[in-house]
Design a binder for this molecule. Structure first.
Ligand code: NAP
Length: 506
């Protein structure tokens, strides 16, 4: 376990200019950028005993990224050594650990430190942070707690009566042993289609509960040769060029999400991919989605469909609704006897846990202020919650490319807004209510006509009010041009005059 990092004077301290909550991609990007900007006065608060966020927690068999690694990596920390076009979870986690170490931010992470409450103190111009390891104060807080970090367990009748084991893909135990077992998988999302082909050969029986059929496209993975890796090490420009090519290819896809007619034209190829692996007409029918491709996340796999044809696999087109002591029941009313239930049922995205422990200027929680439908300025700041920067939160999710592009832009936005406060000598920076209202209505207008709102599905992208408050509705270069540099006019700068003496208060 690491010690509480000490500040400039070498004495342990609990007051920092920056606190970063979470040490996944977003938290580390913020920490590295702050350090690179020459500011060393920061702490990272991490509830787990290791860094990595989703790439630490999602250890299920087959877990990998479905965006190419040369794009799904930090632009300022490229990795010439990626072994595959699409890397697997252990390699991504190793990349994050190495980059944190190299950038000198590993020693700034307080592990096993769970944030329990954050309260804004207007008179001091700072956040008071209560954690499982005592309290901290910080002028600026980056919330990088992740939007896919709290597993969602389905509402199964009599769940506590089940005598077998219940696992979740997002909290996979290292000692999970499925060999020879009868297993049910609930869900057919991104995690399930990676997990299912890996466990099918070792389990005795596999029952898959599919509530809605996903669109599954081919996955064009391949190893990256040693020769190519060496080339990237020697010629970083070639690596940049490769990243640029991938970037453009993915941005073109955004056009289809914005114009569902294009998306529908592409469906024929996806159906062909399914028919290539599945010849049974009844299975084909079960696997044909009843909504427009892209309305829910598009999945990529070459082995998912073939796996469904194996003799020990049953695809059940039903919702899992309950359990018995020795089995699982779907809304088809049939009980299947199983030893293990795997919930590949995703995450609690609509009501992020952090929104319940952050209290702003009026003493209201972020969850109360949002009232079930998150609204932000620039996807990053919230009126009523000064000096707070949400990374990878509402309306910055992506369906077409690497979310790391968004996170990096958000960090730039935050640092440029903070510079306004620093330059003016004031402690507080807060987005104006009218700027936030304009941004929100722009998002809502852009969302109209997209596949997410017209595609005829019920996805976790839509909140309880029917708004898509999860995704960015456009291209990542649009986000960059609108957001990377904060505009002074969109922020109010106020509060106590900053002086170095304030920083050394007890
Ligand atoms: P998900 O996309 O939310 O999928 C959850 C699945 O569980 C859906 O198929 C859902 O059905 C189903 N489900 C929930 N309750 C059910 C029930 N009672 N009975 C039957 N089915 C039920 O979750 P996920 O697959 O973990 O993926 C979450 C997100 O993680 C993804 O969207 C993606 O952003 C990320 N992810 C990324 C990668 C990657 O390669 N980069 C890999 C894995 C995950 P419905 O569709 O009917 O709701």
């Amino acid at each position: 376990m690491l010690q509480t990092p000490s500040r400039r004077d070498g004495q342990p301290s609990r007051r920092f200019k920056f606190a970063i909550v979470g040490s996944g991609f977003a938290g580390l990007a913020a920490a590295i950028r702050i350090k690179q900007s020459g500011d060393d006065d920061f702490i990272v608060l991490e509830r787990a005993a290791d860094l990595g966020g989703v790439w630490r927690d999602n250890r299920y068999p087959g877990c990998a990224c479905d965006v190419e690694s040369h794009l799904y990596s930090l632009s300022f920390a490229p990795n010439p050594n990626w072994s595959h076009e699409f890397s697997a979870q252990p390699e991504i986690l190793a990349y994050l650990r190495r980059r944190a170490q190299e950038a000198g931010v590993l020693s700034r992470i307080n592990f096993s430190t769970e944030v329990r409450r954050m309260t804004w103190v207007e008179s001091a111009g700072e956040w008071s942070i209560d954690t499982s390891q005592g309290s901290y104060k910080a002028r600026f807080v980056f919330v990088a707690a992740g939007s896919l970090s709290n597993p969602s367990i389905p509402n199964l009748r009599d769940l506590e009566s089940f005598r077998g084991q219940v696992l979740h893909s997002g909290a996979w135990p290292e000692d999970a042993d499925l060999s020879g077992k009868s297993v049910a998988v609930i869900g057919t999302g991104a995690s399930a289609v990676q997990l299912i082909p890996k466990i099918q050969p070792i389990v005795a029986r596999l029952h898959i509960f599919q509530r809605s059929a996903p669109w599954v496209m081919p996955r064009h993975d391949a190893p990256i040769s040693k020769h190519k890796q060496e080339e990237y090490r020697r010629h970083p420009r070639r690596l940049q060029l490769e990243r640029g090519k991938l970037y453009v290819r993915h941005e073109i896809l955004a056009f289809a999400f914005r114009h569902p007619i294009v998306m529908r034209m592409g469906q024929r190829h996806t159906i062909k991919h399914m028919h290539g692996a599945i010849s049974d007409p009844r299975l084909r029918e079960k696997l044909t989605p009843n909504y427009t491709q892209g309305c829910k996340r598009i999945l990529f796999s070459n082995d998912y469909y073939p796996t469904l044809t194996r003799p020990n696999v049953e695809l059940i087109a039903a919702e899992a609704t309950g359990v018995t002591p020795q089995g699982i029941v779907g809304d088809d009313g049939i009980e299947r006897k199983v030893d293990i239930i795997i919930c590949a049922t995703g995450f609690n995205v609509k009501d992020p846990p952090y929104a319940h422990y952050i209290f702003g200027t009026e003493g209201q929680s972020l969850a109360n202020a949002w009232a079930g439908s998150p609204k932000t300025f620039a996807g990053t700041t919230v009126h009523g919650f000064p000096n707070l920067f949400l990374l990878n939160g509402p309306n910055v999710g992506l369906a077409h490319t690497s979310v790391i592009l968004m996170i990096e832009t958000q960090v730039e936005h935050a640092l440029s807004a903070i510079r306004y406060a620093d330059r003016s000598g004031r402690m507080i920076v807060e987005p104006r209510a009218d700027a936030q209202a304009r941004f929100t209505s722009w998002i809502d207008r852009q969302m109209r006509g997209t596949v997410w709102t017209t595609g005829g599905c019920k996805s976790w992208y839509l909140d309880g009010t029917g708004r898509n408050s999860a995704l960015w509705p456009s291209y990542t270069f649009t986000f960059r041009s609108r957001v990377a540099k904060a505009r002074r006019a969109d922020y109010e700068i106020r509060g106590p005059q900053y002086s170095p003496a304030l920083a050394s208060r007890p």
